[in-house]
Design a protein around this ligand. Structure first.
Ligand SMILES: C[S@@+](CC[C@H](N)C(=O)[O-])C[C@H]1O[C@@H](n2cnc3c(N)ncnc32)[C@H](O)[C@@H]1O
Length: 198
């Protein structure tokens, strides 16, 4: 099976499950009214597709050329989120969805610092990622845990570490961003954090 087929298969299998999350995320973005949005670790650009019929200038970056190949009709670039090739204050809103949980703490901090740099003053940061706790729906918890386990040892270890570190909650420095809102979704297994840059 070609890598291209694999990326499309990823979309096909995963995105029906993520559809509701994508819709909520795009509604939040539209309400904020940014002129420019960057999706960090955009994968196949599926989330940006939900914003295609707006006037927002959309950009995505991802490290995987295979995932990017499936991103049709959107400006997606092969870039490392730890060293973003855009100048300071380039975007009104940055989104990072389902990506931080699979990274080391060091990489998470590098990415957040880069996002801070490329955002305009008062710019928004949306983090959409897992947040499994006692109040998470039992079925959602089991499914997610299984998916993350299957993804491989390193991936699973980072996923567990992410939860040990209180997920997104302790990751963001209060000197950089203020939390505007947190919304629990998907059986309380995921959180959307809406931050604003000082
Ligand atoms: C689980 S996927 C999520 C993709 C997308 N955000 C979504 O919601 O479907 C994680 C993505 O992060 C990308 N990625 C991993 N490390 C990266 C890095 N350092 N810089 C940019 N992209 C990276 C991977 O290639 C992959 O496409």
């Amino acid at each position: 099976m070609s890598y291209f087929t694999l990326a499309n298969l990823y979309d096909f299998l995963l995105y029906p499950f993520l559809k509701k999350i994508r819709k909520i995320t795009s509604q939040i973005i539209i309400q904020i009214e940014p002129k420019t949005v960057i999706d960090i670790c955009c994968g196949t650009g599926n989330q940006l597709n939900y914003l295609k019929n707006t006037n927002i200038k959309l950009t995505g970056i991802d490290l995987s050329p295979v995932m990017l190949k499936a991103a049709n009709g959107i400006d997606c670039f092969n870039q490392d989120a730890r060293d973003i090739q855009f100048s300071d204050s380039s975007f009104d809103l940055a989104l990072i969805q389902l990506a931080l949980h699979e990274k080391s703490q060091d990489d998470q901090e590098k990415i957040i610092n880069e996002i801070y740099r490329i955002l305009n003053s008062q710019g928004h940061l949306l983090i959409v990622d897992y947040e499994i706790s006692k109040i998470t729906n039992y079925f959602a918890r089991k499914v997610i845990n299984t998916i993350e386990f299957i993804a491989g040892k390193e991936h699973y270890n980072y996923f567990k570490q992410f939860h040990k570190n209180a997920c997104t909650n302790n990751l963001i420095k209060s000197s950089q961003f203020k939390l505007k809102k947190k919304i629990l979704i998907a059986g309380k297994s995921m959180a959307i954090h809406i931050f604003q840059k000082y």
